[in-house]
Design a protein around this ligand. Structure first.
Ligand SMILES: [Zn+2]
Ligand SMILES: [Zn+2]
Length: 251
């Protein structure tokens, strides 16, 4: 305990917390910068991103019975000045503590919306190789942070092991076109084998009791074309999920 106190005194003396956006001392993201982030006052279609829709559901033009992803809800509008910087620091500069303010902003927005509450929060998985390199999965940190904002009796389960990334892919942000992004990520995800038959490779061809009838929120930091979320939703819907929504910090 004393060691901890000494350590934190040392940290405060030599590495005072500064806001990553304005450099004011005190917090990693100060209250005024947090308040100035471009919150979305309305949501847009989870496919085309062009038409306004309630909670980011699909618009009339994009809606079809075989669309696996039911919509994308975003807390903020992606912008270069604030959000891009924050997400970059969170993902690539190893500022894992940004999960707390970002998770807070996301929870605040989504819990105020009319999106039906989920049974499961599933972070979009990283390939194990990328996760080893980064040290953590930023989407899992966000999901765990979000769970804290639900009242305990209705808090959904966070399951970081259900969905796996089975193929190493180029970062989506490095690809320009919608088709390139969709091809890059297609087939990149699979369910982990259920605990009762750990040794059998999962084919994702069957309804899975862990998913059947469940309302799922897929948690991620940013959605652009939505291809990653759709690739995850494809697997979940094939396994029997009832509804799958992407819930992201920015779009
Ligand atoms: Zn600030
Ligand atoms: Zn649309």
């Amino acid at each position: 305990m004393i060691l901890r106190t000494l350590l934190s005194l040392f940290e405060d003396a030599f590495f005072p917390l500064r806001c990553v956006l304005c450099e004011k001392n005190g917090e990693l993201l100060c209250a005024s910068c947090a308040a100035s982030l471009p919150r979305r006052s309305s949501q847009v279609c989870g496919f085309c991103g062009a038409r306004e829709t309630p909670q980011g559901t699909l618009c009339h033009e994009c809606h079809s019975d075989n669309s696996s992803l039911d919509g994308i809800f975003a807390a903020t509008r992606y912008d270069v000045l604030h959000i891009a910087r924050l997400i970059h620091l969170f993902k690539y500069r190893f500022l894992r503590d940004l999960a707390e303010p970002l998770g807070h902003i996301l929870s605040e927005a989504v819990l105020r919306s009319e999106l039906p509450l989920p049974d499961l929060l599933l972070p979009v998985p990283l390939h194990p190789r990328r996760e080893r390199f980064r040290g953590w999965n930023q989407s899992l940190l966000l999901a765990e942070e979000m769970r804290k904002h639900f009242p305990e009796p209705i808090a959904p389960r966070v399951d970081p092991h259900l969905l796996n990334r089975i193929r190493f892919t180029a970062p989506q942000m490095s690809l320009r076109g919608r088709i390139d992004r969709a091809q890059n990520i297609e087939g990149a995800f699979a369910l982990s084998p259920p605990p009762e038959n750990k040794n059998e490779p999962e084919k994702n061809a069957f309804v899975d009791a862990r998913i059947l009838g469940k309302y799922v929120w897929l948690i991620d930091d940013v959605a652009a074309s939505g291809a990653t979320l759709r690739a995850c939703a494809d697997v979940l819907k094939k396994s029997g999920a009832k509804k799958v929504f992407g819930v992201v910090v920015a779009r």
